[in-house]
Design a protein around this ligand. Structure first.
Ligand code: PLP
Length: 363
């Protein structure tokens, strides 16, 4: 079996490697001594950098800068959206949402997905037609399968029934550009190639919102706490670079993986659906994810189980379960290509995967 001296990183949906533009922006911001809330020259310089970052992020989604609230990451952005727009409303969430949504709200109604991973819009329509005002939470693209949500349809249905729509765009931002007008949007810097510890909530309008952490009134009273300027500057630089990237090369390498593993008898979850350019969720029937993960790790490839991994045990993926996979929900690997993936990394992975399948078949 291939055994590479330097492991190859194919786990970008967990966190993207830092982009050079982001590193430069972080380092420049580290030298800004001031607190962005201070009125003196040092504070004003920090504030200037903060507002530049805000303009980049908000502008990328066609929003005004004052519609962007900086937070600590995707989890907090989603929690702030639920706190802000869920109050007094019935909350509907997609069955394949990330735990940042699933665990942030008790008593939410679950919207099923189709076997291809896309939200079942017929059920969404029925549920909205039947009930009181709602907040609908849907991710733009799934972190485990890369399946892209039919957001045009979802937005139209929400508009028809006066429901608010919150979109978790943590995995899609910079990689694809769906139209998200009128929605609140959660973002995370480290999924774009920025540092960990920064995120943003984009608001659908400039209406004041209640902070759940008022603190010192930063972010116009919408999120207290001194802003993590280096991480925020890095996030903005990463976002700008990600949007400029031509993702077709990554997409073509991901298709090479799909083709190769299917020839070996594996299945790709959500195959045939529109997916992120970098994500393949590969189910090897009859083989637990843990053994696959360990085998590929030993061969020098860092991928992840398609499902949550805790205390060395792979739990069944709620995403694959919602797509109708029973056994497959514990037999999947997620390969998520980083922005800087190279062809020989993918060729090496395909070879190692083939060797793993051949060896497991013999046993
Ligand atoms: N939403 C999605 C779809 C994610 O994939 C993740 C992280 O994996 C999050 C939210 C949470 O983001 P963060 O790690 O920045 O809190």
């Amino acid at each position: 079996m291939t055994n590479l001296a330097t492991p190859i990183y194919l786990d970008a949906n967990a966190t993207e490697p830092m982009r050079p533009e982001a590193r430069d922006a972080v380092i420049a911001a580290l030298d800004l001594v001031g607190n962005p809330s201070s009125v003196h020259a040092f504070g004003r310089a920090a504030r200037h950098a903060l507002e530049n970052a805000r303009a980049v992020i908000a502008g990328g989604f066609g929003r005004d800068a004052d519609q962007c609230v900086f937070v600590s990451g995707g989890t907090e952005a989603n929690a702030l959206a639920l706190h802000t727009y869920g109050a007094g409303r019935r909350i509907l969430i997609g069955a394949t949402e990330h735990d940042a949504i699933r665990k942030a709200v008790a008593g939410a109604e679950i919207l099923p997905v189709l076997p291809n991973g896309a939200l079942d819009c017929t059920v969404l329509r029925q549920k909205l037609a039947d009930g009181p005002p709602a907040l609908v939470c849907v991710m733009a693209a799934n972190n485990e399968t890369g399946v892209i949500s039919p957001l045009e349809d979802i937005r139209a249905i929400c508009r028809e029934f006066g429901a608010l729509l919150h979109v978790d765009a943590v995995q899609s931002a910079g990689r694809i550009n769906p139209t998200l007008d009128g929605c609140s949007i959660a973002l995370s810097g480290h999924k774009m190639g920025g540092p960990k510890g920064a995120g943003a909530l984009l608001l659908p309008d400039a209406q004041p919102i209640d902070a759940f952490m008022p603190g010192g009134g930063q972010e116009r009273g919408r999120r207290g706490g001194t802003q993590a300027l280096p991480a925020i500057s890095g996030m903005a630089a990463a976002f700008a670079a990600a949007r400029q990237q031509d993702w077709s090369e990554v997409d073509s390498l991901r298709r090479d993986i799909d083709k190769a593993v299917m020839q070996l008898g594996a299945r790709v979850a959500g195959f045939g659906s529109e997916r992120l350019p970098n994500t393949s969720n590969i189910i090897l029937d009859g083989v637990g994810a843990q053994i696959q993960l360990m085998t590929l790790d030993l061969a020098g490839f860092a991928v992840s189980a398609g499902s949550a991994c805790s205390s060395g045990k792979v739990a069944a993926s709620h995403v694959l379960t919602a797509m109708g996979e029973c056994d497959g929900a514990t037999q999947a690997l997620r390969v998520s290509l980083p922005w800087n993936v190279e062809k020989h990394h993918v060729d090496g992975f395909i070879a190692a995967y083939g060797q793993m399948v051949a060896r497991l078949r013999k046993t």
